[in-house]
Design a protein around this ligand. Structure first.
Ligand code: UDP
Length: 486
């Protein structure tokens, strides 16, 4: 029989975990160092496989780039595979994603044909992965797109994990429909990782579940410090803002090199905002659950008149660059239509930025510069698994206004590290919170400082690596003991 074509690999070079020494205290560094040493002896020739549905766009891809690199730097043979599927499959899995967030999505429900499509595509991808596996490897499948791969991997002799980056605290019928579809595929999974305890569905009660929060990589293009000159130059070069710049548009890469930015954002605007204009920013995929329309309406109705020099920018990936999100273009079209219908004076202060993602480093540098430049960062999501955009803005000491949903509540104590909106659909409250921060620089600075410290204490890659290596090590031990007992 011909050997199955392997999954597409994302090639990630190793990065030294020693870097974390400069951002964590001695105790944490010792824990990470010990975890790395233990990993080297336990993992040996085993491979740790991560499988998800896209190499670019969204929080999971963002994290896998870093975690894979640092695990490799620690001597673990960590690899990253991306499943292959067509638009029909990703339309279905986007619907599943919405259902698990409590929303009906495109409303098409889940049919027997959907089940057959999901089962077939995930099985084919699993067979491609299985051809590369060796007994004793660790396989982590990420999110609903890959869950269906589990049954076909059950007999490969690997430790099999499924990690869900999404969920809601209070499940409704949509959520239950989503889990009813998905959980039968998860019977053979050895262990699960969820972001919050409340996200774990009742079907997985009694199973091996760990709660592990995401993290950011403070050394990546997305989060590396930038000078004021670099920020201005990157934003002007990318044609996101207008102004005079005096330095080259350089940014530091994840591996520590210096690159020149060349990419251009595609802007939907009357005229660019200037470098000196105050900017309210939301970064995110073009997704109804990030509520871009609500952000535009909230700004137009409840901020624009009170802070006449403030501009709003929504920045997201160019839709054609994100394979697993076929809905993005229609959401962007809706946002463009809502913007176009605004009164001219307000419309002139609302900007939509599509940042190409084909060069991941350049995209990240533009987002980094935007987050550092913004006066206020918002994340008005209707649901949010965790919300790395919030973490990123907090690390950059920005004052954040965000919805009190999902993992955002684990990041921000309202009034301490930012401001939370109890009701994400409450546009007057959204506008009032933004206006309060735009007009109170001292409070904004205090919130920003506390936000930075919170991320430093809780949401860095070092903590995440310690947890993951510990969990994988335990599973390998259990696996070996079970194998030797047979
Ligand atoms: N992001 C990006 N480029 C963009 C828009 C978003 O790199 O044009 C990144 C963003 O900085 C963050 C991730 O995508 O790191 C989004 O993660 P989050 O957890 O906020 O949301 P998700 O997309 O996973 O729902």
């Amino acid at each position: 029989m011909p050997r199955a074509r392997p999954l597409e690999h994302v090639h990630v070079g190793p990065l030294p975990p020693e870097r974390f020494r400069s951002v964590v205290d001695d105790d944490r560094w010792r824990l990470l160092d010990a975890a790395n040493h233990r990993a080297r002896s336990i993992f040996g020739a085993r491979v740790v496989w991560n499988v998800n549905s896209t190499a670019t766009g969204g929080g999971v891809a963002e994290m896998l780039h870093s975690l894979t690199a640092y695990a490799r730097g620690a001597g673990v043979d960590a690899r990253w595979g991306v499943m292959e599927a067509d638009e029909e499959f990703f339309t279905l899995t986007k619907r599943l994603h919405h259902l698990l967030h409590g929303s009906a999505g495109d409303g098409a429900g889940l049919s027997l044909a959907d089940h057959a499509l999901y089962e077939r595509v995930t099985r084919e991808n699993a067979q491609r992965l299985a051809a590369e596996l060796s007994p004793g490897d660790v396989v982590v499948l990420h999110d609903p797109q890959t869950a269906g791969m589990a049954p076909a991997l059950a007999d490969c002799g690997v430790a099999l994990l499924w990690r869900s980056h999404i969920g809601v605290d209070e499940p409704n019928d949509a959520v239950r429909t989503g889990w009813d579809f998905l959980t039968p595929f998860l019977d053979d999974v050895d262990a699960f990782i969820f972001t919050r305890r409340a996200y774990v569905p009742p079907q997985l009660e009694g199973r091996d579940v760990s709660i592990i929060c995401p993290s950011i990589d403070v050394f990546s293009e997305k989060n590396h410090p930038m000078t004021g000159g670099q920020i201005a130059s990157v934003l002007v070069t990318a044609q996101v803002l207008h102004g005079e710049v005096t330095v080259a548009p350089t940014y530091v890469t994840r591996s520590g090199g210096l690159e020149h930015l060349t990419c251009r954002a595609q802007m939907d605007e009357d005229a660019p905002a200037g470098l000196n204009d105050r900017l309210v920013l939301q970064v995110g995929r073009w997704d109804p659950l990030k509520d871009p329309i609500g952000v535009i309406e909230g700004f137009a109705e409840h901020v624009a008149a009170y802070v006449p020099d403030a501009h709003l920018m929504l920045a997201g990936p160019a839709p054609e660059d994100v394979d697993d999100d076929p809905e993005a273009l229609s959401v962007l079209h809706r946002a463009r239509a809502v913007r176009a219908a605004l009164p001219a004076d307000v419309r002139a202060r609302v900007h939509l930025a599509c940042v190409p993602i084909c060069d991941r480093g350049e995209n990240a540098a533009v987002i980094n510069a935007l987050q550092r430049h913004a006066t206020v960062v918002v994340q008005k999501s209707l649901a949010e698994g965790f919300g790395l955009t919030v973490t990123e803005a907090m690390w950059k000491s920005r004052p954040v206004v965000a919805s009190a949903v999902g993992g955002i509540c684990d990041q921000i104590v309202s009034g301490v590290h930012g401001l939370l909106l109890d009701d994400p659909t409450d546009l007057p409250a959204f506008g009032a919170a933004i206006t309060a921060l735009l007009t109170d620089a001292r409070r904004s600075a205090t919130l920003g400082r506390a936000a930075h410290d919170r991320v430093g204490a809780e949401f860095l890659g070092s903590r995440h690596l310690i947890q993951l290596l510990g969990l994988f090590g335990r599973l390998i031990d259990e696996h070996e003991r079970a194998a030797s007992a047979v």
